[in-house]
Design a protein around this ligand. Sequence first.
Ligand SMILES: Nc1ncnc2c1ncn2[C@@H]1O[C@H](COP(=O)(O)OP(=O)(O)OP(=O)(O)O)[C@@H](O)[C@H]1O
Ligand SMILES: [Mg+2]
Length: 628
Amino acid sequence: MTIENRAFEADTSKILDIVIHSLYSNREIFLRELISNASDALDKRRFLAATEQSLQADRELQINIKSDKKAKTLTISDNGIGMDSEDLVSSLGTIARSGTKNFIEQLESSKQNDDKKLSLIGQFGVGFYAAFMVAETVDVISRKAGNDKAFKWHSDGTTGYSLDDASRDEAGTDIILYLKKDAKEFLEEQRISFMIKKYSDHLSAPIYWQDAEATTMLNSASAIWTRKKSEITEEQYTSFYQQASAAYDTPYLTMHNVTEGVTNFTSLLFVPSTRPVDLFNPERKSRLQLYINRVFITDECEDLVPNWLRFVRGVVDTPDLDLNVSREMLQQVPAINKIKKSIIRRILTELKKQAGKNKEEYEKFWLDFGIVVKEGLYEDADFREKILELCRFYSCKKGVYISLEEYVSEMKEQQDEIYYLSSETVEQAEISPHIEGFKARDIDVLVLSDPIDEFWLPLVADFDGKKFKSASRGAVDLEKFESKDAEKKKPDPSEFDSLIARIKSNLGEQISDVRLSSTLTESPACLVADENGMDIQMERLMKAHNRDFQGAPRILEINPGHVLVSALNKMAGAKSGSKESELVDDASYLLFDQAQILEGRMPTDLTAFSKRMTRVMASSITDNANSK
Ligand SMILES: Nc1ncnc2c1ncn2[C@@H]1O[C@H](COP(=O)(O)OP(=O)(O)OP(=O)(O)O)[C@@H](O)[C@H]1O
Ligand SMILES: [Mg+2]
């Protein structure tokens, strides 16, 4: 057989059926599509009338909606550019031909729209047919601006259409929908008003509802984000924020920007000043509203802003997104991704600026939202450094929240690490034995008290070249720093060998080792994790998620400078069975149990703990009483 090239053939009524019944998941979309077409028609007329006087309208360019309950019709009218019979055939009689797209292309080829003054909504040439989701038949009566004649297009959306002469007082178009039986809800003003508010509130043209009594404007037609910054007052921004995000507070930050480049978009973003109640709800996703040329598309585009900025509110409007035909799913992810990156950068830069301007206000923001922002350290390697600059941590030395930059700038001369303590609360950290040695040497320790800290820490290598070092894990060498009580003579470590051996044999597998501490000054003992082990906070988290989780045994560090430890050391060699030897045994358990309590844990064996405690107290108290 010789090769033959053939064009596809199509059963147009089937295609129409698919467009009408399968393209949209939600039939109320029909109104958005017809209103968008009307808005395009008005914009076209305005644009052309600017150079062609005869095309100017006698009254305000507008969209009117009315219903006739008897006839069961809903009519959407505009006094826009209108269509002549040829336009009706080519635009409405041809599926997937967009008169609007042609219009823009013609302007562009004749360089009349170089400054992109005119941007229209229609692009696929199918939106109109959404009318048949709710209408049995549709009449379109239209008169093109500059013409006297009007035409009527009529169709039931299956077999074809008819074209006839008609009359119309002024240029423009009426779309008359003969509603299906199950679509009577669209005769009600309330229903229409709700849909206009949702999808078309910010179109520039006014949309009116007309009935026998009155004419009511249904949209706010403001699209505040399309106006110049200089023309918008702070109150207007605030009221838009409160309206658009159902909030009551005054935003902490308002960011209004026009971004031009490969992807053009306008964004009006807000950072709230109070923490929303459901901030930590895992279901909670970003609620940025995405518009394309002022037409609302979705507020469920999760790719627009990362989860770790989920508290940001506002609007993104772009003409540069390729939607799929139904305008429901976003197709071109790269463009969304570009917008997202740019939004993140803008927010982070603005936050940094604000942090420099007003420390207290920023600290309040951080205490409300920092815990969410820190998720970004874990999730978004690209922005890690920028986020670290925004982080604030409680400083044990200063008693306030400080930045890492501040910490590093005040590090000791010999210090090359950032010391931190993982702790459930700031209060607990402040009384922790782990920071005693640091305090004594006037070295600052940062408190990391959010669960998320345990997750990003292993991923973040350093800040400004300084590594993070846990005060409760591994050996911390504080010897190199001068201590306030440096004159005290240091005990010889080997003197404690037998006490250490004794404690080790008593505690057995409950601990991994016993050693002398170089950080303790006031407490007799504390528990530290192995260099490669898990911080106690992390272990607590793991346990919360998995009851069977068994943490690794810790190292018990004892303080050779403490009177209790040195007294015990003297008794360490006591004969077994003697009262002294029993005291040493009890004390080694109690040191361990007490160290556990300071970590916020319970002693493993409460009965044994209580007995030992009573024994030791009894011995000390009776000794004292006897000597009276
Ligand atoms: N109210 C109107 N006034 C003037 N022309 C209109 C009107 N409604 C529709 N048209 C013409 O009919 C064409 C087809 O409309 P339709 O909504 O199907 O497609 P579109 O708006 O071009 O693209 P989309 O599928 O993205 O909506 C439009 O491009 C426009 O030329
Ligand atoms: Mg359209």
